[in-house]
Write a protein that binds this ligand. Structure first.
Ligand SMILES: [Zn+2]
Ligand SMILES: [Zn+2]
Length: 231
């Protein structure tokens, strides 16, 4: 059934959606009211935003890696869409002295057309910001202080702009067990293979940092995979 009423033991068709999460649907006002005590605990995690903060300092006494849900907080950006505007807003709303790209990580569910993009602050020499353990795991390199996470992708990719806290928490949980750099290399390889039409199987990493874009793609690939890729 497309939309079953979310209330327990009601099998009617859901006609109107919860205004908060726009996910749960109900057949009647009565059902919505009766389901509210249950739904109010899940509704916030189903609401979509274009940005979330991932705190570095534990918000509970549990270790950050075991309380990821508590470290993540919605932070909807008013000026979403360009890096310059986003960084400006992070600085003005959070009092950050700088805002810069700190890393990227792919979603646990296998998306290749977009990734999570992480903003953070540069660490001044004298500053002692706490290490952000969860962000460090996801990005595969040390991160300090609070970070802001949005979705992004290469130009022209189909990136869902808004997402739920649930989705982000699941992705972050994934990197407790999986190595970020391995997943990143794998997804990049798949994506590049699709966009270029090249067979990249066997290539374990592609370093495009020093690519000369005036050279043909085959040449660049051979160079940046240490000869593991051959035309
Ligand atoms: Zn709801
Ligand atoms: Zn109902």
């Amino acid at each position: 059934m497309a939309n079953q009423c979310a209330a327990d033991s009601c099998s009617n068709e859901g006609k109107s959606r919860c205004a908060g999460c726009k996910e749960a649907s109900y057949c009647s006002k009565a059902c919505q009211v009766s389901h509210f005590p249950t739904h109010k605990t899940t509704c916030p995690a189903l609401q979509k935003y274009n940005c979330f903060l991932l705190h570095a300092d534990p918000q509970t006494s549990a270790s950050p890696l075991n309380s990821i849900n508590e470290q993540v907080e919605p932070f909807h950006l008013q000026h979403y869409g360009t890096e310059i505007e986003e960084m400006k807003e992070l600085k003005s709303r959070l009092g950050w002295t700088s805002a810069t790209e700190m890393g990227k990580f792919y979603d646990h569910a296998g998306a290749e057309t977009w990734y999570y993009f992480v903003y953070g602050q540069l660490r001044g020499k004298k500053e002692k910001k706490a290490q952000n353990e969860v962000a460090s795991r996801a990005c595969g390199r040390p991160q300090y202080g609070d970070v802001a996470i949005i979705r992004s992708g290469p130009a022209g990719s189909d990136t869902p702009e808004t997402f739920t806290k649930n989705a982000l928490v699941k992705a972050l949980e994934f990197y407790k067990t999986y190595e970020s750099s391995v997943i990143f290399a794998e997804r990049e390889r798949n994506r590049m293979g699709k966009t270029t039409g090249l067979d990249l199987s066997g290539v374990t990493s592609i370093d495009a940092t020093n690519w000369d874009f005036s050279r043909p793609i085959e040449e660049r690939m051979a160079q940046s995979t240490n000869g593991k890729w051959r035309p």
